[in-house]
Design a protein around this ligand. Structure first.
Ligand SMILES: [Zn+2]
Length: 286
């Protein structure tokens, strides 16, 4: 598959196994897990300084042995030791290969995952508010950005003006909101503030890099609020069940995407109810 890199404007191949240097400190590898849920596959990012001796792997993707071998090989070719494995959120297309990669490299895993079903099998260390990772020549920090999931993080590489958004912001698509929409909108605001330097680049969990984060975030916010307004109209017209609203909004929905669509409608409806309650009681409570 060939795509235009919005950062460099050049064509590049995105095929599993082909490493692509996207920014000064970020190298891309595509996991071989394309599906209806993961689009062309999960993006794995290696973050390290040119000439440095350590890197972090963000979202090792699934546990395909050839992908883990490609990650290790890509790091070795750059003279990097894999010092940490970072997971953006607790969905298997992002953490699936983490445990195996940790066993192969000895690197610790960091995430904000608390779901017991996951942490039982994933030896992850917590990421608190003051967490940062110094790789010698490049530092990574983390923002809590819930919405797609409660445990979603955005990793920041301040020296490179890079934001790794996991599935909170995707390249060229709208992400699914499984958590509260209010959380998601707050997270977009937080990422927008972090990206407001003008030269920031978003490296997403799926899809191509986003070279105009502020405009993209504004558009994503508008899309969500337009969806809330659309649901408000349906509710006012007497269409109030999740199923009926989903049918009205997504008339040609493939069956396998229905659970995600219904979860999204649920998030938007809850947001509508909360914001209407607030305006009924005379404004936003303190
Ligand atoms: Zn994903």
């Amino acid at each position: 598959m060939r795509r235009t890199d919005p950062v460099t404007g050049q064509w590049f191949d995105i095929e599993p196994g082909t490493a692509h240097q996207v920014t000064d400190h970020a190298v891309h590898l595509l996991a071989p897990n394309a599906s209806a849920w993961t689009y062309e596959g999960t993006n794995t990012w290696l973050i390290g300084a040119p000439g440095g001796n350590a890197c972090a792997v963000v979202d090792p993707g699934d546990e395909a042995p050839e992908h883990l071998a490609a990650i290790i090989d890509t790091a070795r070719r750059r003279g990097w030791q894999i010092a940490a494995i970072l997971v953006s959120h607790g969905h298997p297309d992002h953490f699936g290969g983490a445990r195996q990669l940790a066993e192969l490299t000895g690197a610790p895993i960091y995430s904000a995952i608390v779901d017991e079903r996951v942490v039982l099998h994933l030896p992850t260390r917590p990421i608190g508010p003051a967490w940062q990772l110094d790789l010698g020549g490049v530092t990574i920090t983390a923002l809590r950005t819930p919405g797609h999931s409660d445990d979603s993080l955005t990793f920041q590489v301040p020296g490179d003006d890079v934001l790794l958004t996991g599935d909170t912001i995707l390249g060229g698509r709208s992400s699914a909101v499984f958590g509260p929409l209010a959380d998601f909108l707050d997270s977009l605001t937080l990422i927008r503030a972090a990206a407001d330097s003008g030269s920031a680049v978003i490296l997403p969990g799926h899809g191509t890099p986003v070279g105009d984060p502020v405009a993209t975030i504004d558009r994503l916010t508008e899309v969500r609020l337009a969806r809330v307004a659309q649901i408000a109209q349906l509710v006012d017209a007497g269409v109030t069940s999740i199923g009926a609203i989903t049918d009205a909004i997504y008339p040609h929905l493939p069956a396998q995407r229905r659970p995600a669509a219904e979860a999204s409608v649920q998030s938007h409806l809850a947001y509508l109810v909360t914001t209407r309650d607030r305006s009924d009681s005379g404004g936003v409570p303190a």
